[in-house]
Design a protein around this ligand. Structure first.
Ligand code: PHE
Length: 350
């Protein structure tokens, strides 16, 4: 093999590498020159047949050619890897000038905002805040509240029953009001009441009745209130309730009216109405709570002594308060989950 022949071979290899567009064809090209059956390998094998003198010079020339081809191969490998990386980077490029995607920030539901507001006001007046089971037994929901079995007053609260029974075999039910929490809380704190400490608590929560129209929903919220203390009565109720409403509506010009009513667990009983002097609802009496002096029979069911312990209770309709505060006319809007409605409350404070 002549020196020109070797030079031509090196040129040929360089060209073959240069036109290899990817690593697969580059490795094919490499095999043609440097592989076991490659041209250069064949030449090296041919050396054996040459006389010793030629063997040295031809061998050195072939080696040089081999190194040149290997260098060309390595250079092409590097070039291909660099352009592959550049192509990948271009394909995965992120346009950092695009505007970001905003995340939605949640907000408390308007009814929950109202609940938190009511809790804060009553806490500031020294009330504890309690809760209890939504699935109640008959005794706490009705009987302990002086609502005897088969009494027609029970039908005032048509009820959802649960397919399970209490120890006495009566079906459990979804509580129809938060008043059973009066019983649970007072019984849990009766030792304190006997020690002369007042019971002062509100208990907000979900309640259930078979009722559905613009101002009633089968699921709604109440806030129960209870104050038991020697000598406490209607005057105390009026004072507490007036302060509460003034704080809740941030309005000290509103009027309160007690309208005689009936609840089996209070005697006397009243509906509390409220009248604004200002604003869009001014001049109309609006019903906001049932209330009354706790019935002596109920005091006894609290495990307390009706000769010593007296007090008042009230039940606030939570949605009603939210409707009045925000000027919402249909209660069902609160539970339809329409974000166009709910978003309007998302920037309001408590
Ligand atoms: N539990 C009564 C209702 O749901 C409201 C109420 C509570 C009345 C406390 C008097 C005292 O209608």
């Amino acid at each position: 093999m002549s020196t020109e022949g070797l030079e031509a071979l090196v040129r040929e290899a360089r060209e073959a590498f240069a036109v290899s567009a990817d690593s697969v064809s580059l490795e094919d090209a490499k095999a043609r020159f440097l592989g076991k059956a490659g041209s250069l390998t064949a030449m090296l094998k041919g050396l054996a047949a040459l006389p010793p003198e030629e063997k040295r010079t031809v061998g050195a020339a072939i080696n040089q050619a081999k190194q040149a081809i290997e260098a060309a191969l390595e250079a092409r490998r590097t070039a291909l890897a660099e352009s592959a990386l550049a192509a990948q980077l271009a394909a995965e490029a992120i346009d950092i000038t695009l505007p970001g995607r905003a995340t939605d920030v949640g907000a408390p539901h308007p009814v929950m905002q109202t609940q938190a507001r009511i809790e804060a006001i009553f806490r500031s007046m020294g009330f504890d805040v309690a809760d209890g089971p939504e699935i109640e037994d008959d005794w706490h929901n009705f009987t302990a509240l002086n609502n005897p079995e088969n009494h027609p007053a029970r039908s005032m609260q048509d009820t959802f029953y649960v397919d399970a029974q209490d120890a006495s075999g009566k079906p459990l039910l979804l509580r129809t009001h938060t008043s059973p929490l009066q019983v649970r809380y007072a019984r849990a704190h009766r030792a304190e009441a006997f020690a002369g400490k007042p019971i002062r608590v509100i208990a907000p929560g979900r309640t259930y009745r078979v009722d559905s129209d613009a101002t009633h929903s089968p699921m709604f919220h109440q806030v129960e209130g209870l104050w038991i203390e020697e000598g406490i009565g209607f005057a105390g109720l009026r004072g507490v309730y007036q302060s509460f409403l003034e704080a809740f509506f941030e309005d000290s010009d509103l009027e309160l009216r007690f309208r005689p009513s009936y609840f089996p667990f209070t005697e006397p009983s009243a509906e509390i109405d409220l009248r604004f002097a200002r604003g869009p609802l001014a001049g109309r009496w609006l019903e906001v709570s049932g209330a009354g002096q706790v019935h002596p029979e109920v005091i006894r069911n609290f495990g307390l002594d009706p000769e010593r312990h007296a007090g008042f209770a009230f039940g606030i309709g939570l949605e009603r308060m939210a409707m009045l505060r925000y000027g919402v006319s249909d209660l069902r809007l609160f539970f339809e989950n329409d974000l166009r409605f709910l978003r309007q409350f998302s920037t309001l404070g408590l």
